[in-house]
Design a protein around this ligand. Structure first.
Ligand code: HEM
Ligand code: HEM
Length: 172
């Protein structure tokens, strides 16, 4: 029988990371200023995205892959490109955020539990550049995720190829 679903770990990581990205985006205004609890909340959500994305990418190498949904060559290529771009921005956006903070000389605290002091020499101009790149990467990530969600919905309800079901827990 063909395997038609992603494994539970892939599924759990996919939706947890999606929620954390939404959370990081929603709290980004709180990161303004000179560090503090708002920055640490925003940064902790973002660092969780980074860590879980690393696990997701590593696990992808071992996970049993479901049989691909049949689709044209150009569509398969577009999907692969979008997935690579998603993975890249899932790692890059948080790294640039942390670098922007560190270049300001600000310490980051992960959930108030782990202190991540800056290893960088403070440089305001460099920090501003990194902040701009962080915003760019973050906006690209959210835009890609929206396009990706629209594509998944298009597959499920217009092409009716069952793609979305592969990422949804089985109902009993
Ligand atoms: C997926 C993860 C992340 C997303 C989607 C995200 C998104 C954003 C966005 C959209 C902004 C611009 C806010 C504005 O000016 O209106 C921002 C600012 C910022 N983020 Fe993130 N971020 C993420 C991860 C992180 C991480 C991991 C850190 C640090 C550890 C961080 C630190 C900051 C800082 C310092 C600012 C600038 C605040 C200022 O204006 O001074 N971000 N983030
Ligand atoms: C921030 C939000 C999201 C991010 C970062 C994200 C990211 C990803 C990534 C990286 C993949 C893996 C592709 C691969 O390795 O082959 C994936 C698969 C998938 N995503 Fe998302 N996703 C998000 C939200 C959504 C939403 C809202 C939906 C549904 C409306 C969705 C539906 C799917 C489906 C169905 C797959 C499996 C595709 C297949 O089996 O070939 N995702 N997602």
């Amino acid at each position: 029988m063909p395997k038609t679903r992603h494994d539970p770990l892939t599924l759990g990581l996919h939706w947890l990371i999606a929620l954390l990205i939404l959370g990081a985006y929603a709290t980004s205004e709180l990161a303004q200023g000179r560090g503090g609890p708002g920055t640490n909340l925003h940064g902790s959500l973002g660092l969780a995205v980074f860590g879980l994305s690393l696990i997701r990418i590593l696990w992808r190498g071992f996970a049993p892959h479901p049989t691909p949904v049949p689709m044209g060559a150009w569509m398969a290529r577009a999907a692969r490109l979008a997935h690579v771009a998603l993975y890249a921005t899932m790692l890059l956006a948080p790294l640039l955020g942390l670098a922007a903070l560190w270049a300001r000389g600000t310490e980051m605290s992960f959930l108030g539990l782990v202190a991540l002091p800056s290893p960088m020499t403070p440089d305001r101009a460099f920090s501003r550049t990194l902040k701009g790149l962080h915003e760019l990467a973050s906006n690209a990530l959210v835009l890609l995720a929206l396009l990706h969600a629209a594509a998944a919905i298009f597959h499920q309800y217009v092409l009716r190829d069952g793609l979305l079901e592969r990422m949804i827990p089985r109902r009993r």
